[in-house]
Design a protein around this ligand. Structure first.
Ligand code: RIB
Ligand code: CA
Length: 315
């Protein structure tokens, strides 16, 4: 039987509770072949996002090469988000200590190695600022043709979250984001337009916890912690932003999308980091992004429940 071909991917993130849940989903999916993981500064400083990445990989049994990103965004000063993810960047449940050594390569060099050695083009799934991806494109422009697509969590055509105009991942490193959107590589953009609808609610936390294995219980604990911030803003659930960038690859049928030209504002007092979407084609530029706009929330939650079930029997 001709098994569906797996998509070779690299996970790049700033864990971060929703990055962690996105990686649980990616690692559980038969559609993806995770070739490497790289950390980026974003939700917390690079040391913390790197440590978190290694602990998540240990928890989920993801043993692939892992490398650390750079200390700062390309040009902008770092912004971190302890109010959302806590001092560690992944507050909440205790996690195992890393059971493997990090690669001696930089994140950019590990990405380049994996892509150049791959028999087929590789998909990148960045769920934090785009510093590493931009660094890869600047250092290795010859590898662009071996990058199949970039499925990002970032931006928002209709709104921002860290400023009225800008979403956090893009705002942290707008110059890198602009470089990525202008690269000519197909982009899938899971921006706030869709991720603010990717809500996992307390009743769903219980469904996930009831699965009973270690990963399921940890995901439920991550959800409880992550929801604390959103509850203060009257959200009915926690928006699991980053997992939508994975869902776009493993279950695109639960999403509504629109091809659009998107560019990134890299100046201005009010609009720095804004992802400007050309809804009506007024710029004359051909679309460079598949912008995700809506999601079947129930199906999204079911996807997460099925994913945690793959991590073994409960207690
Ligand atoms: O704006 C949401 C994004 O910022 C998510 O990727 C979250 O992890 C933070 O990085
Ligand atoms: Ca993230």
């Amino acid at each position: 039987m001709n098994e569906t071909k797996k998509i070779p991917v690299i996970l790049d993130g700033d864990p971060g509770h929703d990055d962690a849940i996105a990686w649980v989903l990616a690692n559980a999916s038969p559609a993806l072949d995770i070739r490497a993981v790289t950390s980026v500064c974003g939700n917390q400083i690079i040391e913390k996002t790197t440590y978190n990445a290694m602990r998540i990989m240990t928890l989920i049994g993801l043993h692939v090469p892992m490398a650390k990103g750079v200390d700062n965004p390309l040009i902008a000063n770092p912004i971190i988000a302890p109010v959302v993810h806590g001092k560690s960047g992944l507050d909440g449940p205790a996690l195992p200590e890393p059971d493997f050594e990090m690669s001696p390569l930089s994140a950019v060099e590990l990405m380049a190695k994996v892509i150049s050695e791959s028999d087929e083009p590789v998909t990148l799934i960045p769920t934090g600022p785009l510093t590493n991806v931009a660094g890869l494109l600047l250092a290795h422009p010859e590898l662009k043709e071996k990058i199949a697509r970039i499925s990002i969590m970032g931006g928002g055509i209709q709104m921002g979250n860290w400023t009225p105009a800008a979403e956090f991942n893009i705002l942290v490193d707008p110059q890198s984001a602009k470089l990525v959107f202008q690269s000519g590589i197909p982009i899938i953009m899971a921006g706030l337009d869709v991720t603010e609808k990717a809500l996992v609610c307390p009743a769903d936390f219980d469904r996930i916890r009831a699965v009973g294995n270690k990963v399921a219980v940890t995901v439920a604990d991550w959800l409880e912690f992550f929801y604390q911030f959103h509850k203060t803003m009257d959200y009915p659930g926690a928006p699991i932003h980053d997992a939508v960038a994975v869902a776009a690859l493993v279950k695109p049928e639960i999403l509504t999308m629109r091809e659009m030209y998107v560019d990134v504002e890299t100046c201005g007092d009010y609009c720095m980091g804004c992802t400007v979407g050309d809804w009506f084609g007024t710029t004359g530029h051909a679309p460079n992004a598949t912008v995700l706009l809506d999601i079947d929330r129930e199906a999204f939650v079911d996807l997460l429940v099925e994913a945690v079930k793959t991590y073994g029997e409960g207690n």
